[in-house]
Ligand binder design. Structure first.
Ligand code: HEM
Length: 413
């Protein structure tokens, strides 16, 4: 991406075999036009459709138009406000349980542990207190599917999607059974996402079909897990490389939540006061956005910036390049959370969660979860970088991640 930007400037076209031409944009004004443009002309659902075979046809990711608006309204509530904050305690508990098992005195890849945490969180949030054996089968199948997508070459995930057939079918069946079983149950005040989706009604009083719930639940499980784990891994990497920021983050957590070997889980009000940690998470997302581009396919010929784009081409606001433009971010390659302290962010210069009407549905939830997990880690263990580790950026599933699972050491004392 850097090579293309250096050679061709703010706007350049990438042609990958089997995909429509993708026009990368790195100018905030062009990105504003794309994000605020008519979603029926700049279609995210159509542009994402290469992944449909994996997620299923009813996933929000592939919908455009009226159906997308309906589905998004039904999916939103659990991931915001009071309902979202109900999950704080579960997240703390899951993080603590994992931290308790981290080895002492020898290097271990922390990314895998973070993935265990975020997978468990999203499974619990989606399914509530479900039958352990069924959850186990689902967890195993998900881990298998994600491992199959976990390959080094940027083009291979797209081809790998076709190899996922059998495990994908198994997951669909498990989810379908779960949906049918839950639909047959008495409804009460359900607080898990699956229950809420089953109970949700649109403006015409209609509920989602089994197939819709199945594909949306799968989307949430996948979209909500790997991205959050990888962002956490980058945050840890950045903090371990910046002792000043690490100290500032740790003392904020200590002063807001308390000291001691195992302080109580933070409540929502305390989490809101972790402003430095919030800046650490934002600066991590600026420097290491796990999703490097977002995509919109043009329904008709259109002009973006000075580029005339034919119908069918894909406009791709490039998160990674915009976040590293030296004219927007002084010393763009250095990790400096202070740049986010007290600053309102401009959604066309900083957009780790995409933008416009397709802005990540789980952004608030992911930030809430990352703050809790990092607060638990900072207050409970003093991690150190593993000696001799030299970082490369690698592809994990669809995300960009630190190499070798980010080895770290938890010292004996
Ligand atoms: C740090 C973690 C995360 C990152 C970096 C991230 C990033 C993104 C990005 C870049 C998009 C595309 C937005 C666009 O096209 O403009 C997206 C969409 C989406 N994300 Fe996330 N995401 C994260 C966590 C989550 C979580 C936790 C969930 C669910 C619980 C989630 C659910 C979704 C869904 C459903 C969409 C599709 C929204 C739509 O098309 O309307 N994400 N995310």
């Amino acid at each position: 991406m850097h090579a293309c930007a250096n050679r061709y400037g703010d706007t350049f076209t990438v042609r990958l075999s089997g995909l429509s031409p993708m026009v990368f944009f790195t100018d905030p004004e062009a990105i504003r036009q794309i994000f605020t443009g008519d979603p029926d002309r700049f279609q995210a659902g159509r542009a994402n459709r290469v992944f449909e075979v994996f997620f299923g046809p009813n996933s929000l990711l592939f919908l455009d138009g009226a159906r997308r608006r309906r589905e998004r309204r039904l999916l939103m509530p659990p991931f915001h406000g009071r309902r979202m904050r109900l999950y704080g305690e579960i997240i703390s508990e899951i993080a603590d349980r994992s931290i308790d098992t981290w080895p002492v005195g020898r290097p271990f890849p922390v990314h895998a542990r973070l993935q265990d945490i975020t997978l468990e969180v999203i499974l619990r949030v989606v399914f509530g207190v479900a039958d352990e054996a069924r959850l186990f089968r689902l967890r195993m199948a998900l881990v298998e599917a994600l491992a199959l997508m976990d390959v080094g070459n940027p083009l291979r995930p797209i081809r790998a999607l076709w190899r996922l057939g059998p495990v994908r079918r198994r997951i669909r069946e498990l989810l379908h059974n779960e949906v049918r079983r839950r639909r047959a149950e008495e409804t009460g005040e359900r607080t898990d996402v699956l229950g809420m989706l089953i109970d949700a009604r649109d403006e015409d009083g209609l509920s989602m079909s089994d197939e819709e719930v199945r594909d949306e639940v799968f989307t949430l499980l996948v979209a909500g897990h790997e991205t959050t784990a990888t962002s956490l891994a980058w945050a840890i990497h950045n903090l371990l490389k910046s002792p000043g920021a690490l100290e500032a983050a740790r003392s904020e957590v200590m002063s807001v939540i308390g000291n001691g070997p195992c302080p109580p889980p933070p409540d929502a009000e305390q989490i809101g006061r972790l402003v430095y940690l919030d800046a650490v998470i934002k600066e991590t997302a600026r420097l290491h956005p796990v999703v490097p581009i977002v995509v919109r396919q043009l329904a008709m010929d259109d002009t973006v910036g000075s580029a005339r784009l034919p119908a069918g081409s894909i406009a791709a606001p490039c998160i990674y390049l915009v976040h590293r433009r030296p004219d927007l971010w002084p010393e763009p390659n250095s990790f400096d959370p202070d740049r986010f302290l007290g600053e309102r962010t401009d959604p066309y210069r900083f957009f780790p969660f995409g933008g416009g009407v397709r802005f990540c549905l789980g952004a608030a939830f992911a930030t809430f979860e990352m703050k809790i997990v990092l607060a638990r880690i900072l207050s409970r263990v003093k991690l150190q970088p593993s000696f001799g580790y030299s970082l490369r950026v690698v592809r994990r599933g669809l995300a960009l991640a630190p190499s070798s699972g980010l080895p770290v050491v938890r010292p004996a004392r």
